[in-house]
Design a protein around this ligand. Structure first.
Ligand SMILES: C[S@@+](CC[C@H](N)C(=O)[O-])C[C@H]1O[C@@H](n2cnc3c(N)ncnc32)[C@H](O)[C@@H]1O
Length: 423
């Protein structure tokens, strides 16, 4: 049978009686698919697999534990036969054919009246693939199309008007590969994208030409679009029936005002989904080879902004302090930590523009870092990491490195080589 002899259509089986003959794994899979489509399924088989028995026991289908009778096809809309015995399947198919009922015969693909495609569902899109009678090829194609839909590489965006909604999508620190699959997919479905200055901005170039991008990016101390206005835009666009993606840098709930935006949308009757992102607080240090915890060096970390009162943060080199938006007040922050007891030779790393081509790493100590930053013109966006974990960075100067931390020797006492520049 040639592929052009197939008429592709979709059966709407909700509430319609269908018949499955056979009790093995293929019959169980097909029965499950038919149940998912809302059909009223009867299974005829002397023996049934556990999966079929469970479905029957929970009342989802009717199992007739006996051999097939020609009268079983009476009154059904669709038949699947998968008994594993070619002669029985042929009989079922012939009985269905005689009554002009479509039948899939699992044991004789060539003569089967209907074929089951390889199917995947992504959101409200169902794809079904026939591939020249080669089921493995059909499954491989199905998986590739489903992945491309899930990752947003294919246009899943609705063309018909729908109810508006807002998705707060954490875009990660800037590299387009560091957004989540869910976030990428929602971006591919957006009618309107409300974008930050930070985050995976390259992805904006890939949006369809009719997707509207509203730029609301802030820099520390400079908010061209105030937060209240951003909230208002989100609600207004969603209430106009648009699917809005609020594409944010990092994670929406880490020093990103995502909570306020979500709350405002909900208060105004707009459905919101929050998609977590890879926060810059953890990932940007990693871009410079700094783990925020490391066995033998640090067991915990605090993430604060440079505007915060630092006196509450544990001031010990084995508790990593991560400062976001901290460049302008670096001198004050370093002094505050030192005043709380953090040793002056505690290593400090600053990572500017993490994951971007212009990424730059500056490493010093609590005593020296403010001067270094001022001398080299360190600027936002930057993540500042304070603590012994900075020693692990390949960018750390040789004298920072100590052999006394290791993942292989947990709890070994820590001996820190003093930094010559710290005094
Ligand atoms: C308003 S905060 C938002 C943080 C975000 N919600 C997150 O989870 O990463 C912005 C700050 O994040 C930091 N930041 C974000 N992306 C960065 C990057 N690629 N490189 C360096 N710092 C970054 C900087 O400290 C910047 O000032």
């Amino acid at each position: 049978m040639a592929i052009q002899d197939i008429y592709a259509t979709a059966l709407r089986l909700l509430g319609r009686p269908v018949l499955v003959v056979g009790g093995g794994p293929v019959a169980a899979r097909r029965a499950k698919g038919l149940l998912d489509a809302g059909a009223r399924v009867t299974v005829v088989a002397p023996l049934a697999s556990d999966a079929l028995r469970e479905l029957a026991a929970s009342g989802l289908l009717t199992w007739k534990p006996r051999t097939y009778l020609s009268s079983d096809v009476d009154g059904v809309w669709f038949v699947q036969t998968a008994t594993g015995v070619a002669a029985v399947d042929a009989q079922v198919a012939a009985d269905a054919e005689a009554q002009r009922i479509w039948c899939v015969n699992a044991s004789d693909h060539e003569s089967s009246a209907a074929w089951t495609p390889a199917v995947a569902v992504v959101d409200d899109v169902k794809i079904a693939i026939n591939a020249g009678g080669d089921p493995r090829r059909a499954m491989a194609l199905r998986d590739a199309v489903a992945t491309a839909l899930e990752t947003g590489d294919l246009p899943l965006r609705r063309r018909r008007a729908s109810t508006g909604s807002v998705a707060l999508v954490g875009g990660g620190p800037g590299d387009s590969g560091l957004i989540t699959v869910r976030g990428r997919r929602l971006l591919g479905q957006a009618d309107v994208v409300v974008a930050d200055r930070l985050g995976p901005r390259d992805l904006l170039q890939e949006l369809a030409p009719d997707v509207r991008v509203i730029e609301v990016g802030k820099t520390p101390g400079h908010h061209p679009v105030p937060q209240l206005e951003i909230n208002r835009i989100l609600v207004e666009e969603a209430l106009a029936g648009h699917r809005v993606v609020r594409l944010k840098g990092g994670d929406p709930y880490v020093l990103g005002r995502g909570g306020e935006e979500a709350e405002f949308c909900r208060q105004n009757g707009v459905e919101v989904e929050v998609v977590p992102g890879v926060t810059s607080a953890i990932s940007v240090p990693a871009a410079a080879g700094i783990p925020v915890t490391h066995r033998g060096l640090a067991k915990g970390f605090s993430v604060v902004t440079g505007h915060e009162e630092l006196s509450e943060v544990p001031a010990r080199p084995d508790h990593t302090v991560i400062l976001l938006m901290g460049v302008a007040k670096l001198r004050e922050s370093a002094a505050a930590l030192a005043a709380s007891g953090m040793p002056l030779d505690t290593p400090v790393g600053i990572v500017e523009n993490g994951y971007m081509p212009e990424q730059r790493v500056t490493i010093g100590t609590l005593a020296t870092i403010a001067e270094q930053a001022e001398a080299t013109g360190v600027a936002n966006p930057a993540v500042i990491v304070i603590g012994d974990v900075v020693r692990v960075s390949p960018f750390a100067p040789e004298h920072f490195k100590t052999a006394d931390y290791s993942t292989l020797t947990p709890n070994k006492p820590r001996v820190v080589t003093p930094s010559p520049s710290a005094h």
